[in-house]
Design a protein around this ligand. Sequence first.
Ligand code: FAD
Length: 390
Amino acid sequence: MTDRAPQPVDRQLPTEESRDLLALVREIAQREIRPRAAEEEDSGRFPREVFTLLSEAGLLGLPYPGEFGGGEQPYEVYLQVLEELAAARLTVGLGVSVHSLACHGLAGYGTKEQQSAHLPEMLGGGLLGAYCLSEPAAGSDAASLTTKAVRDGDDWIITGTKAWITHGGVADFYTVLARTGAQGPKGITAFLVPGDAEGLTAAVPEKKMGMKGSPTAQLHFDGVRIPDARRIGEEGQGFTIALAALDAGRLGIAACAIGVAQAALDEALTYALDRKQFGHPIADFQGLRFMLADMATKIEAGRALYLAAARLRDAGKPFSRQAAMAKLFCTDAAMSVTTDAVQVLGGYGYTADFPVERLMREAKVLQIVEGTNQIQRMVIARHLAGPETR
Ligand SMILES: Cc1cc2nc3c(=O)[nH]c(=O)nc-3n(C[C@H](O)[C@H](O)[C@H](O)COP(=O)(O)OP(=O)(O)OC[C@H]3O[C@@H](n4cnc5c(N)ncnc54)[C@H](O)[C@@H]3O)c2cc1C
């Protein structure tokens, strides 16, 4: 593995404060995250202490209001932080994005009382969150979910199984979408469930192709009793809350994808400058130079696309179509760039001695999570052509 720290990306940042923030993040990433990534991803160790450190540094609540302990950063800054973290280790970058997704419902739709009661510890008090929408039989068609919440006086009783939950079993709180009414999207309500709620258990984590340090597990809700004070938003508003979180979350996935792709390009470039064949560094051969040029172009295009969507969001304008485009483009770019990085390293790229094979395995999941790339195309097409009529 190459130990060279990657060169800083030439970023456009709006303020001096945000430039300092990115410098701090890079320092934490290089010191605390990147050096342990390969070994811990191999052994499947979840770096819980890194999330505690990030929380202490104010990095788990960046895009949220200062009054509740958030960092009040615009999305264009927050996403570039995610990109840096993901470049060091996807388990951490994606973990921060999922945590942020789990805070989104309460921050956007909670009452002032709920926000002051819970947000400070969620955004900067060391807690880690998870977001529970998917189920074993409800993936892309998330509105068909069947986990039920039934009213019992001032409480709700939640029963059912959630699937594929990032931080399942290690999170301190779960934002859970459950059915409280009729079939379809209008019968769904959101709840904030504490990690130690009675009747809540996590299955053994999935054995995944990559991101092995990030636990992904089914969660079983066996009559979990939650007070109505932990209902987020109105009854039946849950799917709207879930989709709003996903619009923002998709930008997080896009930024993580560009981080993974950038890490792969950095590795490929370092290797190509060093490795000699036919008496020359392989970086001298036009076949590889063009490949490196294409990789770099995809990364810059992806970064520009997610930042354009983020700036729309920061300006309070609709950004759902652009978020879907950014998620689609950036994750496809990450898959292509990481695959090419393996090619640049030849046989060595196919071994675990270099990080590019891991980056390639990690890129794959980004085309699947938070709406597969087929679903992103459906979202984009709906914005262009209206809803399907058949
Ligand atoms: C590592 C990991 C972490 C995850 N973390 C979370 C999490 O924290 N919280 C959470 O709620 N979920 C999480 N998920 C779940 C993820 O969001 C789902 O896997 C994803 O939405 C797809 O659902 P599915 O796996 O059931 O696939 P399916 O929906 O069964 O899709 C299978 C295939 O069919 C395609 N397909 C489905 N419908 C259509 C259509 N109408 N048109 C064209 N193609 C279609 C899909 O694109 C896909 O290729 C995670 C998944 C993974 C792998």
